[in-house]
Design a protein around this ligand. Sequence first.
Ligand code: CP
Ligand code: NVA
Length: 303
Amino acid sequence: MSTRHFLTLLDMTPAELQSLIERAIELKQIRNSGQLYEPLKNRVLAMIFEKASTRTRVSFEAGMAQFGGHAMFLSPRDTQLGRGEPIEDSARVISSMVDVVMIRTFSHEIVETFAAYSRVPVINALTDDYHPCQLLADMQTFYELRGAIKGKTVAWVGDGNNMCNSYINAARQFDFKLNVACPEDFAPNAELVAREADRVQLYSSPEEAVAGAHLVCTDVWASMGQESEQRKREREFRGYQVNPALMDLAAADALFMHCLPAHRGEEISEDMMDDPRCVAFQQAENRLHAQKALLEFLLTGSH
Ligand code: CP
Ligand code: NVA
């Protein structure tokens, strides 16, 4: 069988994604019960980070340790990747020594090229275009709290960024309706929106997008790599803040998610993280369990 990669949610079938989420919930129970479970003994994960991270690094590294394996942190500052060694050569070399590779970088093409030259599975841990690992955790969290998301309405408020693009893929794979409210110049990938036109609808008003939604999501206004646009974006996104008053327009049992890190006073109000509808910390913890399910699937082919 050819090597499986996880570069976007479309690399898995809907059935595989659902079974990953159910497995993540089982792995969470195994860990919470204190039981040792080490299916990846002696296996090594290489983690290439060209951008900063707290959750992604800690969850992958802790997950590999809990599974009896090892994770290796590689930054461009300390490897030849940062001195211009071609991705193709790096992929051949690194994948000849480890069992799985995780990459957080800028251009999505970098992970695609790496995967094309890798002999082991490659996981996209965030590019400028997609953040599929976060969606595994988000979908797990919704499933734990509210059951199947199929047929529900999700509202995305703010930047049409990598997270928003991944929500569009999720709308297809998990079969939900996605309302996206963003300023005109910050809409998500137009091809993706057109491809999923029967599920995804763009709005300029957050109030309209959120009306009746079962899940409301947002993310920072300036992503990593866009720091110089911070001021301009603060002006452009004014009016796109998620706060308890906006949440009151959603369904009575609506949840609020944020992949974190959050900027209080910008995309969320000061009090939004403490609102009972906010599940951002459960979402963050689920990165650990969901990615352990992903690693187990990619490396052992089970579940
Ligand atoms: N949500 C997320 O990916 O967080 P980090 O940038 O801290 O990894
Ligand atoms: N959109 C954000 C997500 C961070 C987890 C970024 O790319 O910086």
